[in-house]
Design a protein around this ligand. Structure first.
Ligand code: SAH
Ligand code: SF4
Ligand code: F3S
Length: 469
């Protein structure tokens, strides 16, 4: 394809979809596709969808309604618009989408993204294409890696998928069906991608996987490496000063990963470790294969390895059969752990999952009430955690200009947004700051020198804020 065409990718759902959308754009770039800012400006729109809860997957059909109107408007002007549906709804409901929404030209699941150029070609004479097989070959071998130019445009932090799919089959969850069986990328490819990111200026990488701590990629020595060993190798890449990973399952926190938290300053003191419920009865019904006590003891071990680690989690309220007593067990677990932040969701019955077939579904009103109580408990812990940072000196990665002139904004090791007075040349640096106050959405801080003293005005003297570039 020689003329320039434009693609607009709209992303729903988790970080893995964000990563996949970037890879789709990177794979189309050599074919002459540039990214459009809006659907109106595009020749191809791809909706990268999420199936995790009913609300998420309904969004696809309302968006497709808009695409139908846009396609008709474009046709009146003699322009063409191709519409593709990718992601987890495509995987779960491919044929149904094609049947319900004639506007759609292509439906393709997460394991087919490397076929995108040929899928587009196949729509050439008006054919409609559905591809939701799980092919044998590894898509990562064929997907384009991020180019240096695009990495720079995307900023100082990046996602990197290291593991995909899930074999855990929690009874509420669609992911094992939409993302397929668990598999890990080879270590060599991950390190090569991470090096390219670092060379383009990325300072912080978040390793992604549905069960990222179950990572078992083949190492250069032929042995299966765990996530701890992978983190040690990543920590040696110059410039890559911050490493995070998400999402983890409590059953897969190995001793080596705990040791990596103890040993690696690059591994940020933040762990998203979903538990879903504090009731053993519900945990068993969810097929989580751990108890409340297993989870709490694990957190003790994690904190022993890395005392400043902050915990984050996911919770589901109103799982079938959940009683007030079960729910109170969740509230008391939240209290016992003291989360720095957590996500909570109303249980959503998903077609094809075992829990959806349970007789004892919980009333919507009950779910709403429990969700509000749980969120109030989590919010007060988040507030307490944020307040506990006031007066503390911490390193902040400066990521962008702040809202007001003369301000810069960044992230703390605990993923908190931080703003401070400072000049634009702080961008990309990791600088020590002192936290002064907790605002509604971010911490207010002042630049200090490495010894913790406030840097005297003018605030920004590059020589006095450390050499991190
Ligand atoms: N792989 C991750 C999370 C996957 S989905 C893990 O195992 O933890 C992200 C979160 O969505 C889950 O942790 C869970 O809290 C929530 N979730 C998944 N299925 C859900 C459902 N059917 N209804 C409500 N929330 C759900
Ligand atoms: Fe879903 Fe459970 Fe797998 Fe997480 S571990 S992706 S919640 S099945
Ligand atoms: Fe959604 Fe698929 Fe991610 S269902 S949460 S986009 S793995």
């Amino acid at each position: 394809m020689s003329e320039t065409k434009k693609v607009f990718i709209k992303t729903y759902g988790c970080q893995m979809n964000v990563y996949d959308s970037e890879r789709m754009a990177d794979t189309l770039a050599p074919q002459g596709w540039r990214e459009a800012e809006t659907a109106e400006d595009a020749d191809l729109v791809i909706l990268n969808t999420c199936h995790i809860r009913e609300k998420a997957s309904e969004k696809v059909y309302s968006e497709l309604g808009r695409m139908r109107v846009l396609k008709a408007e474009k046709a009146e002007r003699g322009e063409k618009l191709l519409v593709g549906v990718a992601g987890c709804v495509a995987q779960a409901e491919g044929r149904e989408i094609a049947r319900r929404a004639p506007v759609v030209d292509m439906v393709f699941g997460p394991q087919s993204y490397h076929h995108l150029p040929s899928l587009i070609e196949r729509t050439g004479n008006g054919a409609r294409v559905v591809e939701t097989e799980f092919p044998i070959e590894d898509k990562f071998d064929h997907l384009a890696p991020p180019s240096r130019e695009k990495t720079i445009a995307r900023g100082l932090t990046a996602f990197l998928t290291v593991q995909e799919g899930c074999d855990k089959f929690c009874t509420f969850c669609v992911v094992p069906y939409t993302r397929g069986a668990e598999s890990s990328r080879p270590v060599g490819r991950i390190l090569a991608e991470a090096r390219r990111l670092a060379e383009a200026g990325v300072r912080e990488v978040t390793l992604l996987g549905q069960n990222v701590n179950g990572f078992h990629g083949e190492g250069p020595d032929g042995a299966a490496w765990g996530l701890g060993r992978l983190c040690r190798a990543l920590a040696e890449i110059p410039g890559l000063d911050r490493i995070r990973y998400t999402t983890s399952h409590p059953r897969d926190m190995s001793d080596d990963l705990l040791a990596a938290h103890r040993d690696l300053p690059q591994l940020m003191p933040w762990l998203h470790l979903p538990v879903q419920s504090g009731s053993d009865r519900i945990l068993a019904a969810m097929n989580r294969r751990h108890t409340r006590d297993d989870y709490l003891r694990l957190i003790d071990r994690i904190r022993a390895a890395r005392p400043d680690i902050a915990m984050s989690g996911d919770f589901i309220v109103g799982f079938p059969g959940e009683t007030e007593e079960d729910f109170r067990a969740t509230l008391s677990l939240v209290e016992e752990v003291g989360y720095a932040s957590a996500f909570s969701f109303k249980y959503s019955a998903r077609p094809g999952t075992p829990a959806a077939a349970e007789a004892e579904q919980i009333d919507e009103a009950e779910k709403i009430e429990r969700l509000a109580r749980l969120q109030a408990a989590i919010d007060s812990e988040t507030r307490a955690f944020n307040l506990s940072r006031v007066g503390m000196t911490m390193d902040v990665l400066i990521e962008k200009p702040g809202r007001r002139a003369g301000q810069m904004a960044g992230r703390s090791p605990w993923l908190q947004a931080v703003h401070l007075e400072g000049a634009a040349d702080l961008l990309g640096r990791i600088v020590p700051v002192r936290v002064d106050a907790v605002g509604p959405n971010s911490l207010a801080a002042t630049l200090v020198d490495a010894a913790g003293s406030v840097v005297a005005p003018p605030l920004v003297q590059p020589a006095s804020v450390g050499a991190a570039t």
